[in-house]
Write a protein that binds this ligand. Structure first.
Ligand code: SF4
Length: 366
């Protein structure tokens, strides 16, 4: 009997993955267009295990959002409010230190600090916050301000990106998070966040940080108006910069949460979408060491599976101030997950849990 087999669109990619050959733009498109989720995940797992074996990282960090008042109006953002809105809050240095004095920060290795671009705050307010946090907690790494904020500081001061980063570093800044990248493609970006910095500017901020010896993270927001082409273009630009500088630690695909945003008519990404973006990120970004599954947006259950779909990092434990996702209706932000719960989640997914610091030095083996 004649047996008709479905065409194997991933055969060439499979070959490249096994020989370690770099994937092309067309390969990236083919991956996004494929419905063969299990095979994409299997291939990503080959790369993941080649790089990290069974290791799965998490960190004990504290997230700080100094203000939700923002002069930008990104359509996908449920976090921002306008000045004068009763939901607005402001935590400059003094208020932040006061609030932190009530929190048990033992064992915390990192403050992750991002927020709105306040229309009335000068550069000194942001600088002061870094300085005072560094003075009060010299042992805790300060990973602060997205490229969007750094770009805004250059406008506030009339100075260069390098000048701003040098001042911040003198104050105690350790590295930059990866937020604000969204999607670089201007055709999409001008629709979802036209007023904040361009993709080119985001890359310029990170390139400057890398050239100064600072490590940074990278992200990509998916599940809104983007096309497969814009996602492959986005990852290609990250990969090109990484070839040049080697300064990215991690790639974090971020699922868009539509609730309470101006794009609330869009459906939320599914677990299959989330796993696919993680896997394609691992396959395409062959020069970025780590790929993170962000359990707050993707759920702990999907994050566990993601550890076999390319991810080797599950972000951190202490999420009590996770304002951004909770504003958009995220369901997995109530309270913090303890280190033991985190380690158990990783064990149950068949991986070996390692607590890490910001630079992926191992703090504790579980
Ligand atoms: S995503 Fe950031 S820059 Fe855009 S509106 Fe929200 S807080 Fe402001």
């Amino acid at each position: 009997m004649l047996k008709i087999e479905a065409p194997d669109n991933l055969a060439e990619i499979r070959e490249k993955v096994h020989t370690g050959e770099r994937l092309s733009f067309e390969d990236g498109l083919r991956l996004f267009e494929s419905n063969n989720l299990l095979e994409i995940g299997r291939l990503a797992n080959v790369v993941r295990e080649r790089l990290h074996g069974d290791k799965a990282y998490f960190s004990h960090k504290y997230r700080l959002y100094p203000t939700n008042i923002c002069m930008y109006r990104c359509r996908f953002c449920a976090f921002r409010v306008s000045k004068g809105d009763e939901r607005g809050y402001e935590w400059p240095a003094e208020k932040t230190l006061h609030e932190l004095s009530k929190v048990d920060l033992s064992g915390v290795s990192e403050f992750h600090i991002v927020g709105g671009v306040h229309p009335d705050w000068g550069f000194d307010v942001y600088l002061d916050l870094i300085q005072e946090l560094h003075r009060a907690y010299p042992g805790i790494h300060l990973k602060a301000w997205t490229a969007v904020e750094i770009d805004a500081f250059t406008h506030l001061t009339g100075k260069s990106i390098r000048w701003v980063l040098e001042k911040m570093r003198e104050a105690g800044l350790g590295s930059l998070p990866g937020g604000g990248a969204e999607i670089f493609d201007w055709e999409i970006r001008r629709t979802i966040c036209r007023t904040k910095c361009t993709g080119e500017r985001w890359l310029e901020v990170h390139q400057t940080a890398h050239e100064m010896g600072m490590k940074t993270n990278s992200t990509m927001l998916y599940g809104h108006l983007e096309m497969p082409e814009s996602k492959v273009d986005h990852m290609l630009r990250l990969r090109d910069l990484q070839d040049l500088t080697g300064g990215f630690r991690t790639f974090i695909p971020l699922a868009f949460h539509p609730d309470n945003t101006r794009l609330k008519h869009l459906p939320r990404s599914t677990g299959a979408d989330d796993l696919k973006h993680i896997a394609i990120g691992r396959l395409f970004l062959d020069n970025i060491p780590h790929v993170m599954a962000y359990w707050v947006t993707e759920t702990p259950e999907v994050a566990q599976v993601a550890l076999s779909f390319g991810a080797d990092d599950l972000d951190g434990t202490l999420m009590v101030n996770e304002e951004i996702i909770s504003a958009a209706g995220g369901e997995h932000v109530e309270g913090a997950m303890s280190k033991n719960q985190f380690a158990r989640m990783i064990w149950e997914a068949g991986r070996a849990p390692l607590e890490r610091d910001t630079d992926f030095n191992v703090v504790r083996v579980y």
